[in-house]
Design a protein around this ligand. Sequence first.
Ligand code: SF4
Length: 370
Amino acid sequence: MIKTKEFQKYLLEWFAAHGRDLPWRHTYLPYHIWISEIMLQQTQMDRVVEYFNRWVRRLPDIASVASASEEQILKLWEGLGYYSRARNIRRCAAILMQKHNGHIPDDYSALLSLPGIGPYTAAALMSIAFNRDYPVVDANVERVFSRLFDIRSPVKQKENITFIRKKAKKLLPHGRSRFYNQALMELGALICQPKNPDCINCPIRSDCKARILGIQNERPMPVPSKETVFIDMATAILLHNGKIFIQKRLKKDVWAGLWEFPGGRIKKGESPAEAVVREFYEETELRIGHLEEIISVKHSYTIYRVTLHGYYCRLTNGLDKPVLHAAQEYRWVSPDELSAFAFPAGHRRLLEHISKERDLTERISHSLNE
Ligand code: SF4
């Protein structure tokens, strides 16, 4: 049986001594908590700190987000992935300006009605930004509780989620929600890690059933993993008249608003070079050839493992007016201008690679004479 007061005391004292020094913890401004929480979804803390600092330097408040262009927002988000989060922030900021006088509402139901804010983020805002008595349960908290209470089935099962929420709420110290929830999440991130938890330094070890039984490494119970899907894609950087062709993805696309080089999936029996010539034509009606292999880059998202084969190419018939079938807009840009556009992960890796190549400028100037 957990002694609630002692549990709270040890946990809060540990957090006061060992909690990380994060930029949004200096202010606890609702705007800062909101941006950090959205960035932290699916992203490691170290990366978020860098992106957060850059974001708030450029967009210091909700009004500045509401008046920023989608292009600016996506550029600030470039590399964080899951771009719908960034688009939702912008939509949400516009609603906050119209309906909430530019403030984040201190109201759970009002928060839930905003784009990109689900039950987890609404609870995190209520707790961390406004210090209201809401439990916040993320994957770290689920892991801590699965060990603390020795939960013997996968934590994501509905009944386990309900059980953890109930326990998290019961153990919450009234009026200390801001620090209690962060302490639990921090404990999961720093001490009660997935492998080899540091039980010796854990402030709640005397209550932890899994530790007492010596089975902390067997909790949480594993979930059957989803099958990984491997995808091969090809793309080509078209050089023409000293410029590079880029196109902006369609509005309903998963990477809507991001820029890319045309290309797509390699079909069965096709070589990457054949695929890129076909895809280029299907997407733009431009005929390309004279392919030169650049590099193949790998990247992952959700269950997908993508290998992207990159090429340089030239026009084969000189016709340079595309008819777009997979994009909303196109541009011919110089290599220096590329950094102003936001690209999805694979294309960005390709760009990082070619930006180190000394001969890109030479290739471009060579294309001037074609
Ligand atoms: S005692 Fe160990 S397993 Fe239990 S909560 Fe602490 S770190 Fe996790």
